[in-house]
Ligand binder design. Structure first.
Ligand SMILES: [Zn+2]
Length: 359
């Protein structure tokens, strides 16, 4: 027959374990939880409730007295202690820290987040070219932007949540792309963000830099930037298979203010449903044709979700119209840069910043 143990020894044990667990963690508020064995399911519910409450209340009060600068927080504690009755151990959960900024991606050969693509040379077997990793990319933008932040916060893990992403071979310049860096299980929360930004900018100036200050934001900012549909400003280098007619290149400016219909590109059709989407081209500004008549640069301002590489190539007729069709010569996008993403920090953070005091 299952019975509840004596309460006082568990209070003493839980308190001691909480003190130990808290030793190397920076936090301003906390909560105490209790977990009983499965066998307690057969006991009267109110008795179990009373027992657990007894531990939570007594330990919570004792910790508050011991830590006058900290308080109990029921909703979203920075540190959650869970006392496990059968083992007498305390497990901790540390609330993540979220940092907002905008990144510049200066490399044309870098994925935004970890990519599990096989090395071109060895197909995962491991070779000299890939440092025996078997992977095409062993580093990603998340590493370059996040590693110093992870170190400063003594975090266990990081996740970069971008407001969309550019392809591996696309740069993101000027104002940069909004993102939130999630620092998981951080043992430090109070970090000098000005100094951290300077350190990140100095670490890999040719790969990744920050175009905006680092700011603490609530978790809700992640969802907010994910759902925000921003207009984009691109610069593309177009390469044609045969010499182009300069007049037809100049006439691409007529795309300004028109709609292009884009069927889901073949390269992303494995993860997006196949349908035709109308996309508004606000501005198309071609520069003069370059030597030999094979290449030119064009700036394009479009609505969120426009596929620029397909707008240029036509993607086998899936983009209508396309540069290939309008110029009468098959074309590809040789280089692409994102110059601007029309979402100001103010627009993205206005609501969230009011919550900052909760952080
Ligand atoms: Zn390899």
């Amino acid at each position: 027959m299952t019975t509840l143990p004596e309460l006082d020894p568990h209070i003493a044990q839980a308190l001691e374990r909480c003190f130990e667990a808290a030793e190397s963690i920076e936090f301003r508020n906390f909560k105490v939880g209790v977990q009983g064995p499965k066998s307690w399911k057969t006991l009267p519910e109110h008795e179990v409730y009373e027992f657990k409450s007894g531990i939570k209340r007594n330990v919570g009060v004792a910790l508050s007295v011991a830590w006058p600068e900290r308080h109990v927080e029921f909703e979203r504690p920075e540190l959650l202690f869970v006392y496990d009755v059968p083992s007498g151990q305390v497990k901790t959960t540390i609330r993540p820290v979220f940092l907002y900024s905008r990144y510049q991606k200066l490399s044309r050969d870098l994925p935004q987040t970890p990519a599990n693509w096989a090395c071109d040379h060895c197909q995962r077997a491991g070779c000299e070219a890939c440092g025996q990793s078997g992977l095409k990319y062993t580093r990603c933008l998340q590493d370059y932007l996040g590693e110093l932040a992870q170190e400063a916060h003594l975090a266990e893990d990081i996740r970069l949540h971008g407001m969309g992403r550019e392809d591996v071979d696309v740069r993101c310049l000027e104002g940069g792309r909004p993102f939130v860096l999630e620092l998981r299980s951080p043992r430090r929360r109070e970090v000098d963000l000005v100094a951290l930004k300077e350190a990140i900018d100095a670490a890999y100036p040719d790969v990744a830099t920050l175009a905006a200050p680092l700011r603490r934001v609530p978790r809700s900012t992640v969802a907010r930037i994910k759902e925000f549909a921003a207009d984009k400003h691109y610069r593309a280098r177009v390469r044609a298979e045969a010499p182009l007619d300069p007049a037809r290149v100049a006439a691409l400016a007529d795309l300004s203010g028109t709609i292009v219909e884009q069927r889901t590109p073949t390269r992303v059709s494995h993860r997006r449903s196949d349908k035709v989407r109308p996309r508004y081209i606000d501005q198309a500004r071609p520069e003069p044709l370059e030597a030999e008549g094979l290449e030119f640069v064009i700036e394009i301002e479009t609505e969120s979700g426009t596929y620029i590489k397909e707008l240029i190539s036509g993607d086998g007729g899936r983009s209508d119209p396309s540069f290939s069709e309008l110029l009468g010569v098959p074309c590809v996008c040789a280089e692409l840069d994102v110059l601007a993403i029309s979402a100001s920090d103010q627009e993205l953070l206005a609501d969230d910043l009011r919550e900052l005091e909760d952080l």
